[in-house]
Every structure is written in structure tokens, then in C-alpha cells.
Design a protein around this ligand. Structure first.
Ligand code: FAD
Length: 399
């Protein structure tokens, strides 16, 4: 596997083991059927508990059944999963970084005990509801709200584009708590001090919850995506995440997930490169392998260089995260760069495979289609550009 600067030579024993176990699991259990899942628009749900047994969901957290592995080990895991398919990494990212992380960081003791072991083992599936039909890049404008009624909250609103929602047992729903204007009618303000965004654990079998699958996707087909509609859904106040209030809650989860994406995208790009390299050696035109043509070599050289730069970024992020110095803007830079890189590499690899490259027999076009989603979700490429622009100039170009 491409590791041009021998970055993996410095892995410790545990990191090596986690990488190798994930690589083997992907090769034996996922790879053989992933093309069919992509074609059929399905996820291998039967493997969800097995992936839990393998420790694929938030192994970087500590306690409640999670071993607290290094951030490098976690990154390598995301890389191996996405080398198979972004849908597989997305499932694990959502379960780990977007559902287990907020419960671990902001949940009550009872919430942690109820959910973390079950989610970690893949006995329960979670989803993360932030995006709404009218609020994607601007989630702070969300319309989903929660109103207190005695010792319950009543939730109303619609979330869309929610990974895992049709197969989820629990949704982490981010909604505006409009309880402060009690008795005087609810305030429509999005002011955090008046109506803060809060996280609610909503079991999907509660009355008033519906999750419909979005199945007309041309990207991320081996992933289940849907809506979470909330119609007068009553939840006890014990289901509110007590440890966070405001947009910091969902944004801090997204930083965790984006960290995994920065690593995962490198895996997808690496897989495209490996496939193109092998194909170029095997495929003969004009009396010999196409790998002997300078034009093809230039493509391989460029892909290998860009992947290596992406690996360097990912490894450095891991070091910063491990010592608690990682800033969200640094994660933005890596997510933005590595996903764009993987999108470009996938297209070049597809091109090198000629006509065969457009079939599901080879992975690059599947990765290429997936990268359209990865480029857009968890903050679009444009939004991360603006985040960096603000960080560099001190001037926000967006609210
Ligand atoms: P919009 O925000 O409408 O953006 C449209 C275009 O406008 C983009 O190109 C964008 O970059 C650009 N744009 C927007 N604002 C600006 C600006 N200020 N300046 C310049 N350009 C701008 N969400 C969840 O909450 N949970 C999930 O599990 C989840 N999973 C997903 C799975 C899939 C397969 C997909 C496709 C999406 C998922 N999402 C999820 C939603 C995803 O995060 C949003 O699609 C994303 O945030 C972009 O929002 P939008 O699609 O509404 O696009």
C-alpha cells in the first residue's frame, strides 16, 4: 500500500494491529460485496454488530466499553474503512463521532450507561440530526424546536439527509429550546442566550417520529440516508444532553467527524491509486503495458504525491489531537484539502481504467461518486474555505 514517506514505519504495535485488523476485515467481509451494495443502494446491515465487535465505533473514546486507542489508530481505522467505501466509513463515523462522542462528552451518567456500550457493540444504531430542508450550511438557522411541558419536552421539526436514520434506534437531534418564553408564546429568535440549541436523545420508536429513506442518490449509495420528522414528539427531560448548550454542541461533534474524514479520504484516494497502478501494469495497448507511457506515469506520480501530502496532514492532525492542541480550523484545512484531493485522484484513476473504469468491477468511479457527498457534507468545501479565510484574515465572510 502506498506509504511513500514511510509514515507507517513509526506506528506502535497497537496502531499496526488496528490497521491490519481493519484491512483484513475489509478484504474478507466488506470488499467482496461492496460493489453490489453500491449498485443496489443498500448497506451491509448484518455486519453492524460484527463491526462493533471489531471495535470500529469510537475506539478513541475511553470508558463505557471503549478502549481509548490513539488518535492515529483511530485515523488509520477510518482510512481502511474508506478505502473500501465512504458509506462504510460514514456509518462508523456517525455512530462514533456524531452519536457516541456527544453522549460521552455531554451526556448524563444514565445516558452514558444506557447508550455507549450498546452503540459501541453495534447492538444499537445511532444517527445525528442537524441538517434541515431549509438549513444546510447555516444550521444555526434551524427551525426544529423543543418546548418544555412539565417534566417533558415536545419536539417539532424536520431533519433531512441524515445518515443511518432509517436504521437508527436513537437520534441525537439538535433543536432550539424555546422554553424561556413560557406563558408568553414562543419566541422565534435564534439568539443563543434566549433560545439555545440543545441536544436531545430521541428514540426512533417514539410516537410522532418518522424516518423515511432518501433512495434516489447517485452518490454514497452503500449508505442508508433519510429524514427524521418530529411531530409533537414527547421526550422526558432525562433525554436532554445536560452538558452542552448552543451551537458549540453540534459543531464540536462535527470537528470529531471531520477529523475522521480527513483520514478516510486518504484511504479512498489510496485505493484508487492502487487500482490504477495495477491496471496500468496489466493493461496492454500498442504492444505493451500502458504503464510505460509517460502520460500515464505523470498521472501516477501526481496521484502518489498528492496522497502523500494528504497522509502528512492526517498524521500531523493526529499528533495535535493527541496532545489536545488541535483547532477546528486545522481540521477544516485537512478535510477541505484531503477530500478535494481524493475527488481529483478518483477521477484520474477512473480515466486510467478507460471504459472498464465506469463499471462497478473497479472501485475508482464508486469512490468518485462518493466523494461528491464527502465534498459536500460535514461542511461544504466552500464553507471550509470561508472558515480558513476568517482564521487567516480575522474577517468573517459569512455569519
Ligand atoms: P447548501 O447549504 O444549500 O449549499 C448549496 C451550495 O451553496 C454549496 O455549494 C455551498 O458551498 C454554497 N454555499 C452555502 N453558503 C455559502 C456561503 N456563505 N458562501 C459561499 N457559498 C455558500 N447532515 C446531518 O445533519 N447529519 C447527517 O448524518 C448527514 N449525512 C449526510 C449524508 C449525505 C449523503 C449527504 C448528501 C448529506 C448529509 N448531511 C447530513 C447534510 C450535509 O451536511 C449538508 O448537505 C451540507 O451541510 C450542505 O447543506 P445543503 O445540502 O443544504 O447545501
Amino acid at each position: 500500500m502506498l506509504d511513500y514517506l514511510s509514515l507507517e514505519a513509526d506506528l506502535d504495535e497497537e496502531e499496526r494491529l488496528i490497521r491490519d485488523t481493519a484491512r483484513e476485515f475489509v478484504a474478507d467481509r466488506l470488499q467482496p460485496e461492496i460493489g453490489d451494495h453500491f449498485e443496489n443502494g443498500t448497506f451491509p446491515t448484518d455486519l453492524i454488530p460484527e463491526m462493533g465487535e471489531m471495535g470500529f465505533y469510537a475506539p478513541n473514546l475511553e470508558g463505557y466499553g471503549s478502549p481509548g486507542v490513539s488518535e492515529t489508530a483511530y485515523g488509520l481505522l477510518m482510512q481502511e474503512l474508506e478505502a473500501c467505501d465512504s458509506g462504510v466509513r460514514s456509518m462508523a463515523s456517525v455512530q462514533g463521532a456524531l452519536v457516541m462522542y456527544p453522549i460521552h462528552a455531554y451526556g448524563s451518567e444514565a445516558q452514558k450507561e444506557e447508550w455507549l456500550p450498546a452503540l459501541g457493540e453495534g447492538e444499537a444504531v445511532g444517527c445525528f440530526g442537524l441538517t434541515e430542508p431549509e438549513h444546510g450550511s447555516d444550521p444555526a438557522g434551524m427551525e426544529t424546536d423543543a418546548e418544555r411541558d412539565g417534566d417533558e419536552f415536545v419536539l417539532n421539526g424536520s431533519k433531512t439527509w441524515i445518515t443511518n436514520s432509517p436504521i437508527a434506534d436513537v437520534a441525537v437531534v439538535w433543536a432550539r429550546d424555546r422554553s424561556s418564553g413560557e406563558g408568553e408564546g414562543k419566541s422565534e429568535s435564534t439568539d443563543e442566550s434566549e433560545n439555545p440549541v440543545r441536544g436531545f436523545l430521541v428514540e426512533t420508536d417514539r410516537d410522532g417520529v418518522t424516518t423515511d429513506e432518501i433512495d434516489e442518490k447517485l452518490s454514497m449509495r452503500a449508505s442508508v440516508t433519510g429524514t427524521v420528522d418530529l411531530n409533537d414528539v414527547r421526550i422526558p427531560e432525562e433525554n436532554v444532553l445536560p452538558g452542552v448548550s448552543g451551537m458549540k454542541g453540534p459543531l464540536s461533534c462535527l470537528t470529531q467527524a471531520r477529523y475522521g474524514i480527513a483520514w478516510g479520504a486518504v484511504g479512498a484516494a489510496r485505493d484508487c491509486f492502487e487500482v490504477a497502478l495495477e491496471y496500468a501494469g496489466d493493461r496492454e495497448q500498442f504492444g505493451g503495458p500502458i504503464a510505460r507511457f509517460q502520460l500515464q506515469q505523470e498521472k501516477l506520480a501526481e496521484m502518489a504525491t498528492q496522497i502523500t501530502l494528504g497522509q502528512l496532514l492526517a498524521f500531523r492532525l493526529a499528533e495535535l489531537k493527541e496532545r489536545g492542541d488541535l483547532r477546528p480550523q486545522q481540521v477544516s484545512m485537512a478535510k477541505r484539502n484531503n477530500v478535494r484531493m481524493a475527488r481529483d485522484v478518483a477521477r484520474t484513476a477512473r480515466e486510467m481504467l478507460g471504459g472498464n473504469g465506469i463499471t462497478t468491477d473497479y472501485s475508482p468511479m464508486r469512490h468518485m461518486a462518493n466523494m461528491e457527498t464527502v465534498y459536500t457534507y460535514e461542511g461544504t468545501h466552500d464553507i471550509h474555505t470561508l472558515v480558513l479565510g476568517q482564521d487567516l484574515t480575522g474577517i468573517p465572510a459569512f455569519e
